[in-house]
Design a protein around this ligand. Structure first.
Ligand SMILES: [Fe+2]
Ligand SMILES: [Fe+2]
Length: 148
């Protein structure tokens, strides 16, 4: 019989490791977009700074949500971000950001698939919601890049 300390849903170490990879990249992009918000200059800065800020906040919320889930599943969330790449011009910021969002979409599709296979419907559902946000971030940064 399970003790009260064990979660009712049990997942593989592979899925837990993937959730930690997801947290690392959420911390990465949260800082990345925040620093871009701070560093963006020039005539277009007024129009785009708020987009970086609001997206950074969205990513921070993702990090927290995934960390809560991972903690529930019995693993400790990482504090280390994946490599942060800010860039030196608006064009470069956005190229890095589009790339980061593509990586997120690919990673989260993989997590949804594995979580579903393991019967962890809650994690799969959570990542479907997060995936929807990442697709809209990708759409936003792609549109912004076209305007640079
Ligand atoms: Fe995110
Ligand atoms: Fe995102």
């Amino acid at each position: 019989m399970a003790t009260s300390l064990e979660p009712v849903t049990k997942v593989s170490d592979e899925l837990k490791a993937l959730l930690n990879d997801a947290i690392a990249r959420e911390i990465q992009v949260s800082v990345q977009y925040m620093w871009q918000h701070v560093q963006v200059v020039g005539v277009k800065a007024v129009a785009v700074a708020d987009q970086f800020k609001s997206t950074a906040i969205s990513e921070m919320k993702h990090a927290e949500k995934i960390a809560e889930r991972l903690w529930y599943l019995g693993a400790t969330p990482t504090t280390k971000p994946a490599p942060i790449v800010v860039g030196t011009s608006l064009q470069e910021f956005l190229e890095f950001d589009v790339k980061a969002e593509v990586e997120a979409v690919e990673m989260y599709r993989k997590i949804i698939k594995l979580a579903t296979e393991e019967g962890d419907i809650t994690t799969a559902f959570m990542f479907k919601e997060i995936l929807e946000d990442e697709e809209s971030h990708h759409d936003l940064f792609t549109t912004m890049l076209e305007e640079v």
